[in-house]
Design a protein around this ligand. Structure first.
Ligand code: SAM
Ligand code: DTB
Ligand code: SF4
Length: 351
């Protein structure tokens, strides 16, 4: 199947307008042509610099423009980031995503973030960063350090954008995405729904993403996490079925991309998440914290995957591998103690 980059607004609207069952069925059918329907990729997030952001994104706990009561934190020490990455790997994440509340990284920050990438990569994890706007040179430096993915969202439609952010433009975001792509990094770009936007804006967002010169490899669809103190702290809830429709349409427009069920899972029950997977979502953030807000318990997610038969192949592989490793380790221990017994015995004989 050839990937399309010329989706019209009318075509996308027609997908949104399908009866729910028809839309989800079509999305699942396309999903199966490109992916294992029972596999979900798992990433863990870490905020490496928190709060006091100069941008005015009206949804964000970290914007310095609003009083959200968030504890600010300077750039984390590299050792701390590595400890968190090891933790994430042990819990089963395959990718570690580091986020900073910056408009863009300053030159003096770059050596630290590049070192973080190198060391996280050396643990055998895929690496992802989201640091705000990037110059072409910064994108190349990140690529050379071993970064796999860069996350930079378009957030909403160009038409709705001015109601959400005024300190950086839509074109600024598109330019960063172009720098990321040109540097050879994989692109993670999506948006947020439930910002009080209209369906036309969800259509506009997906149209922008699907008509980029290349589809992002990863498309996060975030449900707004309402943050008290921000201008969107008490916006009306979005109909959950409209969220699932957005996931399904993303799957249909960008059939080879991972569609990520991102922020907002804590407010979704297990059945809704299962419907999102049915509609073509095939990655999640895993671990109790997103950047500053909470995410479902890892144990709950593992149980949900088990109940749905998701990643059972990988889980099986992991448990087989860890069982084999445990057996190998105990054999090594037995051999070591046999050696030391022999050594003690010969010492006793000599004495
Ligand atoms: N500061 C960088 C930037 O914005 O480019 C990177 C971090 S920022 C937190 C990454 C993305 O998280 C945002 O673009 C937005 O799509 C999403 N996000 C932030 N706050 C959110 C919230 N309260 N609910 C849902 N998504 C959110
Ligand atoms: C993305 O699209 N969602 C993630 C990740 N990219 C960086 C962030 C979600 C943030 C949710 C609010 C918070 O925890 O601060
Ligand atoms: Fe800053 Fe990113 Fe939050 Fe916007 S979304 S205020 S840029 S941390």
């Amino acid at each position: 199947m050839t990937l399309r980059h010329d989706w019209s607004r009318n075509e996308i609207r027609a997908l949104f307008d399908l009866p729910f069952m028809d839309l989800v069925f079509r999305a699942q059918t396309v999903h199966r042509q490109h992916f294992d329907p029972n596999a979900v990729q798992v990433s863990t997030l870490l905020s490496i610099k928190t709060g006091a952001c100069p941008e005015d994104c009206k949804y964000c706990s970290q914007s310095g423009h609003y009083d959200t009561g968030l504890d600010k934190e300077k750039l984390l020490a590299i050792q701390k980031v590595i400890e968190e990455a090891i933790n994430a790997k042990e819990k089963g994440a395959s990718r570690f995503c580091m986020g900073a509340a910056w408009r863009s990284p300053r030159e003096k920050d770059m050596p630290y973030v590049l070192e973080m990438v190198k060391q996280v990569k050396a643990l055998g994890l895929e690496t992802c960063m989201t640091l705000g706007m990037l110059s072409a040179e910064q994108a190349v430096a990140l690529k050379e350090a071993g970064l796999d993915y860069y996350n930079h969202n378009l957030d909403t439609s160009p038409e709705h954008y001015g109601k959400i952010i005024t300190t950086r433009s839509y074109d600024d975001r598109l330019n960063t995405l172009a720098h990321v792509r040109e540097a050879g990094l994989k692109v993670c770009a999506g948006g947020i729904v439930g910002l009080g936007e209209a369906r036309e804006d969800r259509i506009g967002l997906l149209m922008q993403l699907a008509n980029l010169p290349a589809h992002p490899e990863s498309v996060p669809i975030n449900m707004l996490v309402k943050i008290a103190g921000t201008p969107l702290g008490d916006v009306d809830d979005l109909d959950p079925f409209e969220f699932i429709r957005t996931v399904a349409v993303a799957r249909l427009l960008m059939p080879e991309s991972h569609v990520r069920l991102s922020a907002g899972r804590e407010t979704m029950n297990d059945q809704m998440q299962a419907l999102c997977f049915m509609a073509g979502a095939n990655s999640i953030f895993y671990g109790e914290k997103l950047l500053t807000t909470s995410n479902p318990e890892a144990a709950h997610d593992r149980q949900l995957f088990q109940r749905l038969g998701i990643n059972s192949k990988q889980t099986q592989d992991v448990s087989d591998a860890s069982r084999e490793e445990a057996i190998a380790q105990s054999l090594r221990q037995q051999q070591l103690s046999a050696l030391s017994r022999d050594a003690m015995a010969s010492r006793d004989t000599v004495n």
